[in-house]
Design a protein around this ligand. Structure first.
Ligand code: FAQ
Length: 314
């Protein structure tokens, strides 16, 4: 009993500490706080890196030089986001090698959304508009999360995500104003990406095992369902502007202003995060190949850094 009271007091003291300002890497923090941050930040970093795959697949097939240059820059941005996040997670005592090992061994998750294929050019529009749109809704609050390096990484990332969402919307706009076949391609993409995008926010609040503690620690600022609703409220008017039909025909609640959505197939979500989505195996195979192919580059840069340090010491 005395032990429990002491643990509760320590937890209350840390929650009070979190309310005062950013926690920095050298500060005292509970083991659970550190472990939760490493889990979430490494999953987030893996999502950025694996998230390059569906769009990267379209760089050689972009319909014009302008589209190709923009897509190339966007995919490079995602790589940069992964690096900021791995770097921020490393300040908590883990290493990039260990995080990569966990991803390749299937021990660490990455966002469910990247296990769906990009089948048409309109999917590149839908990924920018919907997936980056969801990422912004989820990540803008994280700029005010309690851990300094994560919050600062998110500030840089969110600026770039806004550009990503606009480029996706602009692709959809061009298709929506195009010929019948282009409008159908855009509608078909929205139909396929809508539900998987809603799943990105995580399971319903009643089934979210981490939310309560993460919100106490300000690692998360809003619940999964709150953010999902914000996303729906943002996208429905944009879809109407594009003259596209959102699946499920959302209705506005006059009292709250919220649009309805769903139902969401949570069985499919569980199946995808268990490794059985349409592209899970391809995604991990590509990461394993990249790790193997990049081995000589890592060895060469480590040898160069060692030589440089030795010269400086001499
Ligand atoms: N996919 O208790 P909760 C992007 C897991 S970046 C896979 O609610 P939590 C940019 C969860 O890990 C997208 N797994 O969990 C881009 C946990 O399993 P665990 C990534 C999911 O952490 C755009 C279990 O379910 N963004 O898109 C998912 O409190 C275009 C129970 O769930 C972030 O990572 C899911 N969707 O809340 C890049 C943002 N949802 O670990 C390229 C930061 C839940 O116990 C192209 N992360 N799970 O085995 C977060 O905000 C949170 O971690 C949530 C999940 C909201 C994702």
């Amino acid at each position: 009993m005395r032990k429990k009271n002491a643990a509760d007091a320590a937890d209350a003291a840390f929650c009070a500490r979190v309310a005062e300002g950013f926690v920095e890497p050298g500060d005292a923090m509970p083991d659970g706080y550190r472990a939760t941050l490493i889990r979430q930040m490494s999953q987030h970093a893996h999502s950025e890196i694996v998230g390059m795959e569906p769009e990267g697949n379209w760089i050689t097939r972009a319909p014009s030089l302008r589209r190709k240059a923009i897509l190339l820059a966007k995919v490079q941005d995602e790589a940069g986001h992964g690096l900021y996040l791995y770097g921020a997670a490393e300040t908590l005592g883990t290493t990039r090698a260990e995080m990569t090992r966990q991803l390749l061994a299937g021990e660490a998750k990455y966002s469910s959304i990247f296990n769906y294929p990009a089948l048409t050019w309109a999917d590149i529009g839908a990924i920018g508009w919907l997936v980056d749109g969801a990422a912004i809704i989820n990540q803008v609050p994280l700029c005010r999360c309690s851990f300094g390096p994560y919050a600062r990484a998110m500030q840089r990332i969110c600026k770039e995500e806004s550009f990503h969402q606009r480029q996706g919307f602009e692709i959809m706009l061009a298709l929506a104003r195009g010929e019948k076949a282009q409008r159908e391609m855009a509608q078909n993409s929205l139909n396929r990406w809508w539900e998987p995008t809603l799943m990105m926010f995580g399971p319903p609040d009643g089934e979210s095992r981490h939310s309560a503690q993460s919100m106490r620690w300000k690692i998360k600022l809003h619940s999964n369902d709150e953010l999902r609703q914000r996303f729906v409220n943002m996208i429905v008017p944009q879809a109407r502007y594009l003259k596209l039909r959102v699946p499920g025909s959302p209705k506005k609640d006059r009292r709250t202003g919220d649009y309805s959505y769903g139902p969401i197939n949570w069985e499919e979500f569980r199946n995808v995060i268990a490794g059985n989505g349409p592209c899970n195996r391809d995604r991990l195979r590509a990461r394993k190949k990249a790790e193997e192919d990049g081995k000589w580059v890592r060895e060469a840069s480590a040898a160069f850094a060692k030589k440089h340090l030795e010269r400086r010491a001499a």
